[in-house]
Each structure stands twice: as C-alpha cells, then as structure tokens.
Design a protein around this ligand. Structure first.
Ligand SMILES: NC(=O)c1ccc[n+]([C@@H]2O[C@H](COP(=O)([O-])OP(=O)(O)OC[C@H]3O[C@@H](n4cnc5c(N)ncnc54)[C@H](O)[C@@H]3O)[C@@H](O)[C@H]2O)c1
Length: 328
C-alpha cells in the first residue's frame, strides 16, 4: 500500500537507502535533510528534496500540511562519544527536534510515525539475545536521547491516537547492492566503515577497542544487519501502519553476533590484504555483546532478511568506499 511520506534524514546513510526502496515500492517521498552529515547526491532522484532543519517549524508545517500520510524519522546526531562531550547538543537535535516534529504531526493530522532507535537503549545487558521487553538502561546521552524520544512517542500515541513503530537498529552496515549509495558520514565511528577506510589508504591502522571482553576472542560482539535488509524492514513497517497495524517496538538485526576480529578477518578475506590493527583501551559506553532477538519483527511484519551474510556486508561496504574515493 503506497502513500506520501516524509523521510527526515533521507540524505544520510540509512534514510537514503530506505527512501530508494520506498520510491521503488510506489510511494511519493519528500526528504528533509539539513546536510549536516548527509550528502545531497545520496538522496534518490525520484524524491522531492528539501534542504532544511528539523527545528524549522514553519517548514515542517508546510511539508506536513501537503497531505503526508506517514513520517519516517531518521534525522539525528549519531556519534556516541560526541554525545558524551556535548549532551545538550544531542538532547536538542535528537529529543527536542523529535518533540517539535511530533507536535507538528499532531497539529497537521499526520498519525503514522516510524522512528529510528538503537540497540544502545539496552545499555550493558546481563544477557543476550535481547528482547524488546528487556530493561532499557542507556549509558550514553545518545542512547538516552533516543529512549526519551521513544517515550514521547508512546505517550503522544496514547493521548492523540497516533500509531507508531520504533525500530531499534543493531549494527547497520554494508551498502546498496547496485553501488548507488553507501555510508558517507563524516567522522563515522562504525567498525566496518573505519576498516574500509584503512583498506582504501585513508587511515594507517584500525584500533580494536578492548580485547579483554568476556567473548570468544575477547573483542566486542555485535549483530550486523545489511542496510538493504533494514531499509526493507521500513517499507514493511510502513505497509503495516498503512494497513491499520498497531504501534510496536521492534528490534532490527539478524539474531546472531560477530566479534570485531571476525569482521576484520572477513574484510581481509574479501580484500585479500592484511589490515594493520592495534589494541586500544575499551571505549567508555562500549559493552561486550549486543545481539537481537528478532522474533517480534518476524512475527509482526513477516520480515525475513535476504542478505544475512557477513562477507556480503563487508564486500559491499568496501566496494562503495572504493567508488566513493575514486569519485572524490
Ligand atoms: N548507523 C547505525 O548503525 C545506527 C544504529 C542505530 C540507530 N541509528 C539511527 O538511525 C538514524 C540514521 O542514522 P544514519 O547512520 O543513517 O546517520 P546519518 O548521519 O548518515 O543520517 C542522519 C541524517 O540526518 C540529517 N540531520 C541531522 N540532524 C538534522 C536536522 N536537525 N535537520 C535535518 N536533518 C538532519 C543528517 O544530515 C544526515 O543526513 C539516526 O537516527 C541514528 O541514530 C543508526
């Protein structure tokens, strides 16, 4: 079922992949992005692109007043260590701006909302895989700013009849299989992005932050999900809401983890080259293991991943980075 949708942050990594799939599924897509971390060329051609800030209430009113059926809200600040240094900046961009967007939705009668949340809301869990009903204990301002937005959504939905889906992403990685887009974020801190920067000569070596975690090889375990599968989960989520489906909170991952060393080994295999590494101290806010229980999203949406393959994830990320470097 198609409609007219606002995609905030649609020039960013995940938003741009999702906007493309939404267009391919027949939706009419408007993108709002201030390009603080996005790239205009990542936004798909078939979308209407508006360069502007979430904090611009007049702009939001104009866009939402033009007959928008649903909002997919990706825009935000995403670097955990930066949020520790600048908590108020993160609460402003992630929490206050979500508040403003929700307010505008209520006033303009837009009553379907999909929100990009994060596995970091679970904090340092006692055990994995994580279910949506497990306790949330954010340990960074970034994670807290996202959890506060989840709570605002829950309460706004109860008061105003809005229906929403919170998608808690685990580690999003890889790039479009046709090579049209990938991760272009400045100052990214994601392992695979940093590793492909080493392989393309933009960095000397890769830091492994902690090799003394209680995991199989001492390095952190994460649940990596290919961005194309995640984008597809959004298209299905939109269908769910358009068909009258109920509000939900759902994990997005594959339900299995890889260690930092396993990811590096997969990339070395694909690139046929060693990646110089150094072991550095654990980073504040990092935890040993984050792996999703994905039964809820499978049950509610019937979602099944198509690219559950670490080698494919790292290969598409490397191909994209090589293409990006050649073009710059
Ligand atoms: N990448 C991951 O692994 C991951 C994991 C969990 C959650 N998330 C969440 O997913 C969402 C998208 O992440 P991403 O990796 O694509 O990040 P990204 O930085 O590539 O995309 C975010 C986009 O939002 C835009 N933006 C930021 N503030 C804005 C504002 N005030 N007004 C308008 N546009 C603004 C940026 O320019 C950027 O294009 C974020 O909300 C992030 O917290 C990402």
């Amino acid at each position: 079922m198609s409609g007219r949708v606002l995609v905030t942050g649609g020039a960013g990594y995940i938003g741009s992949h999702t906007a493309q799939q939404l267009i391919d599924a027949g939706n009419d897509v408007v993108i709002l992005d201030n390009l603080s971390n996005g790239d205009r060329s990542m936004a798909p051609d078939g979308a209407r692109f508006v360069q502007g800030d979430l904090a611009d209430r007049g702009l939001l009113d104009d866009i939402l007043g033009s007959g928008v059926d649903a909002v997919l809200h990706f825009a935000g600040s995403i670097v955990v260590p930066d949020s520790v240094a600048d908590p108020l900046g993160y609460y402003r961009n992630n929490t206050l701006n979500t508040h403003g967007l929700l307010q505008a939705c209520i006033e303009r009668g837009v009553d379907r909302f999909i929100f990009s949340s994060t596995a970091t809301v679970y904090g340092d869990p006692a055990s994995t895989p994580l279910r949506e009903t497990d306790p949330t204990q954010p340990i960074s301002p970034y994670a807290t700013s996202k959890l506060m937005s989840e709570w605002m959504l829950r309460d706004t939905a109860a008061a105003h009849g809005l229906r929403y889906v919170v998608l808690r992403y685990f580690n999003v990685a890889g790039a479009d299989l046709k090579g049209r887009r990938g991760q272009a974020s400045r100052n990214a801190t994601h392992l695979i992005k940093l590793a492909v920067e080493v392989l393309t000569g933009q960095r000397d070596r890769l830091s492994i932050f902690g090799d003394d975690y209680p995991t199989s090889d001492g390095t952190g375990v994460r649940d990596y999900i290919h961005v194309t599968d995640l984008a597809n989960a959004h298209v299905r989520t939109l269908d769910h809401l358009m068909a009258g489906g109920a509000s939900e909170v759902m994990n997005c991952g594959y339900g299995k983890g890889s260690t930092v060393r396993q990811v590096i080994a997969a990339l070395e295999c694909v690139a046929n080259r060693r990646i110089p590494t150094e072991v550095a101290p654990r980073r504040p806010g990092d935890v040993a293991e984050l792996v999703a229980d994905v039964s809820r999203i499978r049950e509610v949406l019937g979602w099944r991943p198509e690219h559950d393959d670490l080698e494919l994830i790292v290969r598409t990320a490397l191909d994209w980075e090589r293409k990006r470097i050649r073009a710059s």
